[in-house]
Design a binder for this molecule. Sequence first.
Ligand SMILES: [Zn+2]
Length: 151
Amino acid sequence: MGIIKSASGNSAWRGLDYYKQNKVISYKKLNDNEYTGKVKGSNNVEYDVIMNIEHPRSSKCNCPHAKDRKVICKHIVALYFTIFPKEAKKFEEDAEKAMLEYEEYQEQLYDNVEKQIYSMSQGELQEALLDVLNIAPEWVYEKFVRDYVER
Ligand SMILES: [Zn+2]
């Protein structure tokens, strides 16, 4: 939803932590779109948050990070997840799903690389190896020298 999409990844994850640590002290619904709340920051300072779920960028927090700026800080995110706990669950599930998809993609990619290597001719492989060694980081080049040139 709007608030989370408007927040940076860092603010979203830290806001989730704040929500789980029950850092939201109190909140009140102002109208259909706006909520106000008090959120405990580090050093136990209390910050005042006004959150607008219809227009996320009109949300406000008086912490140093968000004061006088149109940013969604972790305190706004913590308030959002406290009022809408299902969204916190969804946020975590989506992140988990994205990670599994990424891992699956990496495995698939590795399989494809292996298949490609076994399908290449000696000449193609020699050319490819020279290509890669030309731009490889020094340690890769040195490993090749150690393992195949100076042995
Ligand atoms: Zn804040």
